[in-house]
Design a protein around this ligand. Sequence first.
Ligand code: GLU
Length: 289
Amino acid sequence: MPPVFRFAPSPNGFLHLGHAYSALLNFERARETGGRLLLRIEDIDATRCRPDYETAIYEDLAWLGISWETPARRQSEHLADYRAALDKLSALGLVYPAFESRAEIARLIAAREVDGPWPRDPDGAPLYPGDAKSLSAGERERLITSGAPYALRLDMAAACRRVAGLTWNELGAGPDGERGIVSARPEAWGDVILARKETPTSYHLSVVVDDAHQGVSEIVRGQDLFHATSVHRLLQILLGLAEPAYRHHALIRDGEGRKLSKSSRSTGLRELRAAGATPAGIRRSVGLG
Ligand code: GLU
């Protein structure tokens, strides 16, 4: 079976040089290995994703000379798949509703930080500080029937008790040079959200469901997602999904060494193109000349 690669942008802004690098690496790996390249539009966040950004993704990738199998998979069209995965995790007793608002969570963290720093996840965000996990079944029922909005969280401690020796095969490198068989540390993320109040899924859940569904065998993506791989491997094991290999690549940074953002105009593909850049010039500027 030929290897399967995917580029999976979110249509919440225009693509920049960092996306170009990631897409070109995927395209090249697929070509080198006689593999397939899929495109996945990660558009579960209806408040931030826009159809014009999606159209721009197709245009910008085609302009770069990248081709992919069509049609692209749009996550917003597959919510039932994520629901099924969530049901499976719920049936294992690993999911609980958490009712706190963002403001309440911020207050809880501030209160806990009186006694010293509250732990943070590998992205620097505070771990979930609430105790919704210990609400009684009756209290949960009462809140749900009263119409209180809630997110669904993974009971990380219970999930970790079900798996041992979780690893992945890193073909690229982590931020500290990790490569080869890497030990996963999903507990560093705390009780991650699996489904949001306003979206019946989350990045972590949809990405593992889709990678498995699409038969992706090698995931080529930026090092900013290296640590998230721990959560992805945990969910793959819990859901009985196949294990892909991972190839994390260095991030393209701006002149000040910062990660590029979708709002930074100077590195947007559209701006560069309007200023006369060519696809070959873009390749050179990301070191693929
Ligand atoms: N949609 C994610 C992003 O745009 C990438 C997901 C992935 O490659 O796993 O950052």
